[in-house]
Design a protein around this ligand. Structure first.
Ligand code: ATP
Ligand code: MG
Length: 428
């Protein structure tokens, strides 16, 4: 039987790989400007890391984790998300003892056993940030601002920010009671998962992908009617700051987010393009989660973060035919005319490579067509053409495909043309 890649996974080569790294580089550069430094954690963790942080009733723990027993009978899980891992690290190393804010960003693969479809994979990549330290609505607004800047910098359009608050513990407790009362006589109309959620964590019901269209969902009590004054004030202040930062947003009253660890503000940045099959998918999601530290037996750690789905961003860039990621490519193709020019061409190619330039030559072809094809495949900026006449005269023709120029130069001018530092002039 043929060996194929596993369902729901992707290979990247060529421009796809370039795009992937472009997103990483562009977004992490912005994170660095906001004072975030990189954290790299293992891909495998104790299963409990996610059960405790993400919550027993979350979709991730209920049905999406890749969990197995290792040879020592320990339950191991391939990380489905990174927020729990970063908190595990922070508490394990008592980093909460450090003063001030701790700001991490990460980039790497996550694993979830989901039904593969457009923008949904079993191995996918998240780029995310976590910020620990005294909560402040200005910080929350600035984190959303940073996410927006990242998305703008890679040139992704048609996005909208959706935000909500699920309040602190007291607000949520009152809201849970209201939800339980409301749904008590409506359980028959709900999906089997929601019946479980009703028992374990009724807030989760609002996040259900199966029941989301039902009228009873639309009419369910809204968190805003159960917020404590302090939670309401915190949320309103974030909105004021978002306004001041010039960010447009929509309040999504039923957004609770799929993970149990959130407190107060939650947000998503959604792809809003009705013409696309990716319409409505979240490219970024996050919020505040002040209660997670305690799940790791640490103190209360005030925390906020978000994660972006890199493959979703790639798919959206493809749809928009966004080619910003194709950086200026300064590579060179050496094209030779006539059999006797090939060896001179290889020598020239080597000289360029020794001087840190990316140069390629077609070793076999003597006719022009395949040699120009190589140049197209490389997306080369420069094409150097040499024939027997050029070699005899110590000359070469250089085409610059960006400036659209064609110049014949002496070999002695080559160093100057490519800014090669060297006192010895090139000669065939
Ligand atoms: P969704 O509601 O789409 O399932 P989620 O709430 O499960 O998303 P999070 O756990 O918050 O997503 O992850 C943050 C981001 O990671 C998402 O907004 C999305 O861009 C990306 N993401 C999540 N799951 C997948 C997946 N299976 N494939 C690709 N990207 C994903
Ligand atoms: Mg999900």
């Amino acid at each position: 039987m043929k060996i194929t890649k596993i369902k729901g996974t992707l290979d990247f080569t060529g421009n796809e790989a370039v795009k992937y790294r472009y997103i990483e580089k562009t977004c992490t550069n912005i994170a660095k400007k906001f004072g975030f430094s990189e954290i790299i954690t293992p891909i495998i963790e104790q299963t409990d890391c996610f059960v405790r942080a993400t919550g027993e009733a979350s979709d991730i723990v209920q049905k999406e984790m890749y969990t197995f027993l290792d040879r020592g009978e320990r339950s191991i899980t391939l990380r489905p998300e990174e927020t729990a891992c970063v908190m595990r690290h922070f508490v394990e190393n008592k980093k909460y003892a450090n003063p001030g804010l701790t700001k991490y960003y990460y980039f790497g693969p996550m694993f979830r056993y989901e039904r593969p479809q457009a923008g949904r994979y079993r191995q996918f990549t998240q780029l995310g940030v976590e910020c620990y330290g005294n909560e402040n609505p200005l910080m929350d607004a600035d984190i959303i601002n940073m996410a927006w800047q990242m998305l703008s910098s890679i040139g992704v359009d048609n996005l909208k920010i959706c935000i909500n608050t699920i309040g602190g513990k007291e607000s949520r407790a009152k809201y849970q009671v209201a939800l339980k009362e409301y749904f008590a006589d409506k359980l028959d109309e709900l999906c089997p998962d929601c019946k479980v959620r009703y028992q374990k964590n009724p807030l989760r019901m609002l996040d259900c992908k199966v029941d989301s269209g039902l009228e009873i969902m639309a009419n369910a009590p809204k968190i805003k009617d159960y917020l404590e004054d302090c939670d309401k004030e915190y949320f309103d202040t974030i909105l004021t700051y978002l306004d001041a930062l010039g960010l447009k947003y929509e309040i999504s009253e039923r957004m609770v987010r799929g993970l149990d660890y959130y407190t107060n503000d939650v947000f998503e940045i959604i792809y809003d393009n009705p013409k696309s099959q990716l319409n409505g998918l979240a490219v970024c999601a996050g919020g505040r989660y002040n209660d997670m530290g305690a799940e790791f037996d640490g103190p209360t750690i005030q925390a906020i973060g978000f994660a972006m789905g890199v493959e979703r961003l790639m798919a959206i860039m493809d749809e928009a035919e966004n080619t910003d990621y194709l950086e200026q490519n300064d590579s060179i193709t050496v094209i030779t005319l006539g059999q006797n020019a090939k060896l001179a061409g290889v020598k020239l190619t080597n000289y360029l490579r020794k001087n840190n330039l990316h140069a390629e030559i077609d070793y076999a072809a003597n006719s022009l067509k395949p040699q120009f094809k190589l140049s197209e495949r490389m997306n080369a900026r420069y094409i150097i053409i040499i024939g027997e006449d050029e070699i005899a005269n110590q000359e070469m023709t250089i085409k610059d495909t960006v400036l659209k120029t064609e110049t014949k130069i002496k070999c002695s001018e080559l160093n100057k043309y490519f800014n090669i530092e060297g006192s010895i002039d090139y000669a065939y």
